[in-house]
Design a protein around this ligand. Structure first.
Ligand SMILES: [Zn+2]
Length: 97
């Protein structure tokens, strides 16, 4: 789970979900940023999950448009639910490289 770099408190899964797009600490109210390392890791995980989802969809399912959409949504839900576990915070916006 992410730890606020400003006050050192750990966010719960629910708190992280609530502030997923703003990344504002629920304890001290400080704006947090996703660290460059964490962004890279999350990027790789999203690519991996999308690839697996697409492969699985191709191989396992006789895919209609509706089931493709449901499958895609499922992949997004999985992605979002694991996000708080890999999210690492930083006080400043870090450059990618
Ligand atoms: Zn904080």
């Amino acid at each position: 789970m992410p730890v606020c770099q400003s006050c050192g408190k750990e966010w719960t899964w629910k708190q992280t979900m609530k502030t997923l797009f703003k990344l504002k600490c629920p304890y001290c109210g400080e704006k947090q940023y996703e660290s460059a390392k964490s962004r890279m890791k999350n990027g790789m995980i999203s690519v991996l999950i999308s690839l697996i989802a697409m492969l699985a969809a191709n191989i396992l399912l006789d895919l209609s448009l509706v089931s493709a959409i449901i499958f895609g949504l499922l992949a997004v839900v999985i992605l979002f639910s694991v996000y708080p576990f890999v999210l690492k915070l930083s006080n400043e916006e870090e450059p990618y490289w």
